[in-house]
Write a protein that binds this ligand. Structure first.
Ligand SMILES: [Mg+2]
Length: 352
């Protein structure tokens, strides 16, 4: 099986971000082969990511012979080739987001060629049904009423110690509405500092908070070391970190108790699998960003010892085959080849 083309577009959908900023301008990558099978993956980077695919990764992969029956080793080899080719302008950020889409398309191709689901390529699934958590920007009641047993309160926009009382009130209000049993997490989206985080952690520690997510910028390792040593609440992070190289120091220094790689940004399934391995060895938890979306879900059911899937983003409806969250659970489709997405390219509206 030989690669005949590598294509990328940015699909348009109601409510989708207009471009790549905040990283959620997701691109669809297709890898075509001479036996008529096409693998699909999703990456990030919008028009910039598409440019990386078209001008660098496509040239690198065109004409490559694929032999999925030989095992998964070739996927690692192809990943390293793409990583090396993007080193001068890559390593983190847009180039790796683009690479992620190509890697996922290759995994989809592997599954289709071997007529197996991706989760089956990764090993024996521990479960097919995973509890999900809702990410909420304001009112937690719709999530509670939809049956979620875990809710994350997004507190981005709360910038400093002056907002401490407001945060504490908002957490107390959410806990009251959700009741004592529901897991509750907080997400600061890199907007706080060490002082604010420790103050908030002290305030909410008695409220039974599972984790405080990304309180600091992703590269503030010194700050995360301070939180590791002093925060009474677990610190989660990694949503804006990239590849096994990027996660390695986070894991070695135990800077996060919960690691949150996004499979469509961090380097695809190949990178996520390596991150899971390192995290397991260090006995740290992985809870992928947007884990209920189909790409991560295949990893969650097989690689995760304590799976919890974050609900996906509502504007990704252009991916048919995406399982719905029902009564707080999401189930990976069993009888699929690859990821189980059924893309109809003739019906895609694109913005890039
Ligand atoms: Mg987050």
């Amino acid at each position: 099986m030989q690669i005949t083309d590598v294509r990328a577009v940015q699909p348009h959908c109601e409510g989708s971000p207009p471009d790549w900023r905040t990283s959620l301008g997701q691109i669809l990558v297709a890898v075509d082969t001479d036996c008529g099978v096409t693998g699909y993956g999703v990456g990030g980077g919008g028009a910039a990511g598409i440019h990386v695919v078209r001008s660098v990764l496509r040239d690198l992969l065109l004409g490559t012979e694929l032999e999925p029956a030989r095992g998964l080793g070739d996927l690692d080899v192809l990943w390293e080739r793409m990583y090396s080719a993007t080193l001068p302008f890559g390593q983190k950020g847009l180039a790796i987001m683009a690479l992620s889409g190509v890697d996922l398309a290759l995994w989809d191709l592997w599954g289709k060629a071997l007529r197996r689901p991706v989760f089956g390529l990764l090993g024996s699934p521990r479960t097919l049904r995973v509890p999900a958590y809702a990410t909420v920007w304001d009112d937690v009641r719709p999530a509670r009423d939809a049956g979620f047993q875990a809710v994350k309160l997004h507190l981005a926009g709360v910038r400093g110690p002056q907002d401490r009382a407001r945060i504490a009130a908002s957490v107390a209000g959410a806990r009251k509405l959700l009741g004592p049993q529901c897991a509750l997490m907080l997400d600061a989206w890199m907007q706080w500092d060490v002082e604010t985080t420790l103050a908030v952690a002290d305030d909410v520690a008695a409220t039974n908070i599972e984790w405080i997510e990304e309180p600091l910028p992703a590269d503030d390792h010194a700050g995360y070391r301070a939180l590791r040593d002093r925060s009474p609440v677990a610190i989660a992070g990694g949503e804006h970190e990239f590849t096994d190289r990027g996660f390695s120091p986070l894991i070695q220094q135990r800077l996060h108790t919960v690691l949150q790689p996004d499979i469509t940004w961090c380097g695809g399934m190949t990178a996520l699998r390596r991150i899971y391995r390192m995290a397991h060895d260090a006995q740290l938890r992985v809870c992928p960003h947007r884990g209920a979306e189909i790409w991560s879900l295949h990893a969650l059911v097989t690689l995760d010892l304590q799976p919890l899937a974050e609900q996906g983003r509502p504007w990704m409806q252009w991916i048919p085959g995406q399982p719905a969250i029902i009564d707080g659970y999401v189930e990976v489709p069993e009888d699929v080849h690859g990821f189980g997405v059924r893309i109809d390219e003739s019906r895609l509206k694109t913005i890039a």
